[in-house]
Design a protein around this ligand. Structure first.
Ligand code: ASP
Length: 422
């Protein structure tokens, strides 16, 4: 096969000795490196043997570029900025699977969801990357936070809406809540569970309500999405107090151990709880993050040696999703007590609740007190995912055990809720 510079996503012509195929180049299957995969214009994928290919000519570069577009402005409407990051809400051709979806640019997004313009002008659109959210990590979070900082400090922008895949959306909403404290304006994350081509798509309502949230006075990081399975209204939920709780329902995200900030209808907002209000001033993103943090779930019969793995790999901190009020095995053959004492000489260990709802309470049972005596930090009602990103953020600032404990138990972004009713 002749040399080629085409990459997955590019429109190409594949020349064989007797025939030329035109289409979009897909990523080669992992287990069949000798095959070139092409999506034909008919929509079908075809696998071609590399040995038979004389040349792959790139006809058009397919990479999604960083793009800024200017949309027509209506002076009577407030202005917002939009950050598009990927996921179902902005589906596109996936070079791995060849699945096709209609949205590959902001223009496509606006064509599919014109209703967002009913209430606001979208004066800035940023596409830092296009990824399914499961492919994101802390570097993407830092990237988004820096863009938010710039947009929030733009005097013309009233608020920012971020569209995002659903799978790790609650990690992103939590980490942005720590990166972007002392907000002056709203930062709204939204999603869709069903793509724009489906009649049941949740994107329109989520986007309209997000636009309203972005021009409201709620100066918080919040997740806005369907409040129930009807297409009536959304909740604006604190970024640190939500979690994806359903694989497919449109109201997959619920407030956990907290109230929503507001109920948002397409034409009005009903405030439900206390929040920081819009103010003047500059926002500064604080994005330090220690990547060597982990989140694991305790299960019955789990060998505490699992902690050695993380220690040996140089991890600085770990959040364990513990059972019930904060249990792991204490009086069994596989007791965690000795190992917990050992690893905490070099690593921070925090416990969060596997039950999702409710608060840990290490004072109820004597075996819980034994765990606590090893030094484990019990994170009260903090969600495990929030705890994980918070630990990364805290360890990005200090490694001093006492300081880490103090910071983990300080309420920076509503992650701890004293008024939680069991
Ligand atoms: N796996 C996708 C993601 O999280 C699902 C979605 O977009 O909702 O990006």
């Amino acid at each position: 096969m002749a040399k080629t510079i085409a990459i997955p996503g590019d429109r190409v012509e594949v020349h064989l000795s007797k025939v030329i195929y035109g289409g979009i180049l897909l990523e080669s299957p992992e287990d069949e490196k000798g095959i070139v995969l092409l999506k034909l214009d008919s929509g079908y994928n075809i696998g071609l043997n590399k040995k038979d290919i004389i040349e792959i000519k790139r006809i058009k570069k397919g990479e999604i570029k960083k793009e800024r577009i200017e949309i027509k402005k209506d002076d009577k409407k407030p202005d917002i900025a939009l950050i598009l990051t990927g996921g179902t809400i902005v589906n596109r051709l996936d070079p791995k699977t060849g699945a096709v979806s209609p949205l590959t640019s902001p223009e496509d997004l606006f064509k599919s969801y014109p209703k967002i313009f009913d209430k606001v002008n979208v004066i800035k659109v940023e596409m830092p990357f296009m990824k399914a959210s499961e492919d994101m990590d802390y570097k993407d979070w830092q990237n988004i936070a820096k863009i938010c900082e710039r947009l929030l400090n733009d005097k013309d922008v009233k608020g920012v809406v971020i569209t995002h895949g659903t799978d790790i959306l609650h990690y992103t909403s939590a980490v942005l809540s720590f990166f972007l404290r002392n907000l002056t304006k709203p930062v709204v994350l939204t999603y869709s569970q069903r793509s724009s081509d489906r009649a049941s798509s949740d994107a329109n309502l989520n986007l309209i309500c997000s636009a309203l949230a972005a021009v409201s006075d709620i100066a918080e990081v919040m997740l806005v999405g369907h409040a129930n399975s009807n297409d009536e209204f959304c909740y604006a939920i604190p970024g640190t107090k939500t979690r994806k709780l359903h694989t497919s329902r449109r109201d997959a995200f619920k407030p956990v151990n907290a109230k929503p900030f507001a109920k948002i209808f397409p034409n009005k907002i009903e405030i439900l709880s206390e929040h920081n209000v819009r103010k003047s001033g500059k926002v500064k993103a604080d994005t330090k993050f220690e990547e060597k943090v982990a989140l694991i779930k305790f299960y019955p019969g789990q060998d505490p040696d699992i902690l050695d793995y993380y220690l040996k790999k140089g991890y600085k901190g770990i959040v364990v999703e513990a059972l019930g009020l904060g249990h792991v095995a204490v009086n069994s053959r596989l007791s965690w007590i000795k190992k917990l004492k050992e690893v905490q000489k070099k690593m921070i260990v925090c416990f969060a609740a596997q039950t999702i709802y409710g608060r840990l309470d290490p004072y109820v049972y004597s075996n819980l007190r034994e765990i606590m005596k090893t030094g484990v930090i019990y994170l009260e009602d903090m969600l495990a995912e929030t705890a994980f990103v918070k630990l990364g953020w805290v360890l990005g600032h200090t490694t001093d055990k006492e300081k880490v404990k103090e910071m983990m138990l300080t309420n920076y972004a509503r992650e701890l809720n004293d008024r939680l009713e069991q």
